[in-house]
Design a binder for this molecule. Structure first.
Ligand SMILES: [Zn+2]
Length: 283
């Protein structure tokens, strides 16, 4: 069996709270449902995907309800996460943690600096990091460009994650989108901090842009450079950012890297299985 049959996509989205965004999907006729997503995963031999809750979710309770429902519908192949916005205040953060305490299948908490005006080192997030350490959960942090022009990308630069990575060595962080466009800065964070990982999702923008093919080629070069900066692929995680990017394209970008097959298998799934403590692939 080719090694990627064991693959894990660490970054997908599927939510009713994203109904206003089909214009950003990689194709206008995308099937934005559990079967539609599973079909794309199956076609690339991907076992599980981390279903990341969105900045547009109306409440923490809504993320838990929807994540649980979609995870069941996928028979556990879509892994459940939640999100909280610290700008909503300390009371909302405390309520989120109380709700998360009641759920035993969460694999990660996603944070959206840039979409909301806060830094990862915002003191209001301390209880979230303490909770993640206690439960052994991964904290995934949006980094770099935002889908909406109203985002403030100064809050989403990789350098801003360094302080919490140092302060919370017992928390494993995923720096999403490799900090795109600050990919070299992200590579430094991963190189320096053993508890920081980076995902390969969202490295290209809309397929409707006139120079899209050049963008894909350049993104792949930058990914290769980042791995060379790290000196290892042990903490690089394949992710697509579906439905913004097709699963097939995201896998192709990793498979096209000039790396030994074992390193590509690690990026496509081995590293994620260890990080999220997933069982070995079926079969
Ligand atoms: Zn995303």
């Amino acid at each position: 069996m080719p090694p990627r049959l064991a693959a894990v996509d660490v970054h997908v989205h599927l939510s009713a709270f994203w109904a206003d965004r089909p214009s950003s999907f990689y194709t206008p006729d995308l099937d934005f449902t559990v079967p539609g997503l599973l079909r794309e995963l199956d076609a690339q031999g991907i076992g599980e995907a981390v279903l990341l809750q969105l900045d547009t979710a109306p409440s923490v309770a809504a993320t838990l309800e929807e994540g649980g429902r979609l995870s069941s519908e996928s028979r556990g192949r879509l892994l459940r996460t939640s999100t909280v916005n610290p700008v909503d205040g300390e009371r909302v953060v405390a309520e989120a943690i109380r709700a998360w305490e009641q759920v035993d299948d969460l694999v990660a908490i996603k944070l959206y600096p840039g979409y909301f005006p806060f830094y990862p080192h915002d003191p209001r997030l301390e209880p979230v990091y303490e909770f993640a350490a206690r439960r052994g959960l991964v904290v995934m942090v949006h980094q770099g460009d935002t889908l909406t022009p109203n985002g403030l990308v100064k809050f989403a630069r990789p350098i801003e994650l360094d302080e919490v990575a140092v302060r919370h060595r017992d928390v494993r962080f995923v720096l999403c989108h490799m900090g795109n466009p600050w990919i070299e800065e992200a590579a430094e964070l991963v190189y320096k901090n053993e508890n920081v990982y980076a995902d390969t999702s969202g490295l290209v923008w809309s397929p409707r842009l006139p120079f899209y093919e050049a963008m894909v080629t350049r993104a792949q070069h930058r990914l290769a450079n980042a791995i060379a900066t790290m000196g290892t692929a042990d903490r690089v995680l394949y992710g697509s950012d579906w439905p913004l990017e097709s699963i097939a394209l995201a896998v192709r970008m990793v498979e096209g890297l000039d790396l030994p097959p074992a390193a590509k298998a690690q990026i496509l799934g081995g590293n994620a299985r260890k990080l999220f403590r997933l069982p070995p692939p079926a079969g």
